[in-house]
Design a protein around this ligand. Sequence first.
Ligand SMILES: Cc1cc2nc3c(=O)[nH]c(=O)nc-3n(C[C@H](O)[C@H](O)[C@H](O)COP(=O)(O)OP(=O)(O)OC[C@H]3O[C@@H](n4cnc5c(N)ncnc54)[C@H](O)[C@@H]3O)c2cc1C
Length: 447
Amino acid sequence: MKPKVIVVGGGISGLAAALRLHERGADVKLIEASHHLGGVIATSQKNGFLMEGGPDSFISIKPWGLDLCRRLGLEKELIGTDPDFRKSFVVRKGKLVVVPEGFYMMAPVRVLPFLGSELFSWPAKFRMAMDYFMPAKKNGGDESVANFIRRRFGVEALERVGQAMVAGVYSADPEKLSLKSTFPQFLDIEQKYGSVIRGLRKAGSKKASGPRYSLFLTLKNGMGSLVDAIVKRLPTNSIELDAPLREISKNPQTGKWNASYGRGHQVEADAVVLALSSPKIADFVQGFDGDLARELRQISYASIATINFGYRRSDICHPLDGFGFVVPTKENLSLIGCTFSSVKFSGRAPEGHALLRAFVDSGTRPEVVQKDLEQLLGITGTPVMIQEADYPASMPQYPVGHLEYVQKIESMAARHPGLCLAGNALHGIGLPDCVHQSEEIAEKIMV
Ligand SMILES: Cc1cc2nc3c(=O)[nH]c(=O)nc-3n(C[C@H](O)[C@H](O)[C@H](O)COP(=O)(O)OP(=O)(O)OC[C@H]3O[C@@H](n4cnc5c(N)ncnc54)[C@H](O)[C@@H]3O)c2cc1C
């Protein structure tokens, strides 16, 4: 008989789990609290602009996002970043300074652009180059991202670039963020080659030909098309919107899970996948496992908001010859970073216009951000369109030791066969990570 599975949460984690379960022959029911599927994925169109509130792309080096698109027949709709503008900027003393070519997150891989860069002082360049000669740390254990950058490349590398880049991706303080959970490749490289720069250069030279896909991919009509394509593959009656989970419990006699949701609905199933944030999962497991709930509540979340600004291109003096910029905390500006969305991907703004997307802390007023953008990019006119999106408690923070903590949580959850924890709290926040984890959960349910 087909196993029956309830998937709770219609973000990418829940959708990817539901799809894989359906493909493997399970009888799936996905319940979503809101009226909208996709969770933080929110593509919208206004006045000819195509905007993303949440994720605007996914990385292709982690294959699970790309594989999912291919399986859904979306390969032809994939678009990469424009190769002519593959550079980014960092704000330094109120000005945009280009990140030297070949600079990878924190490590300068190409010598000449790095030496010529005005981003770092000469003593800092010398300190960063020391990485080449420094041995690896003895034990390859976890440490904070900030500690790693300071240890290998010095304080300036952290303050002027590393901190801002990390905050731009993880909305997290690098002093607390686990290196092993977020950038394990740097730890591996250090252990293997001693020097991070040497390791990255070797890895780069091993690539016989250029990559087939750009590092960042999106879909022609926005990330919302991924959600639509998954929904199309699922049986119509398998999804219920406006159907918040209220309670789950296990029947000790039958071993089945019972979920009550929406306005008094009940459903019984062999397994339940909770594709929610960890404090929400904690609320639902509290009734039968207070210890697990307590552990799940340890994971803290940061809030983030985005503001899309549409401008007339002629009102922006900056050439916008890159994908955007990040802002070190030291600069004291209202934004964490900004993507030049219409440069990064084609089809995001109408002719003669540009779309800029600012990342800000929740609650930041658009007028303040607009002022900062005017200063940084030499903007003379007012925006023709502004659209805000707020994502409270959406970015889980992975502290040092996160992986051990994940093991603990998962072994506690294993005391409840059929209870599966998905979502971005444990195994990565990027879309490919969420998809991967959910697909693995689905496969485990179906063995
Ligand atoms: C602004 C922003 C930009 C990002 N940019 C990128 C990017 O460019 N690339 C990338 O790879 N990643 C990016 N990320 C990260 C990535 O988008 C997320 O980690 C991922 O989408 C999370 O998906 P999820 O399904 O786990 O959670 P969510 O998307 O939060 O979905 C959870 C769902 O559960 C529902 N729900 C909540 N409570 C209940 C309940 N009681 N019953 C039923 N349903 C419930 C919610 O309504 C929601 O739909 C970004 C995230 C944000 C916020």
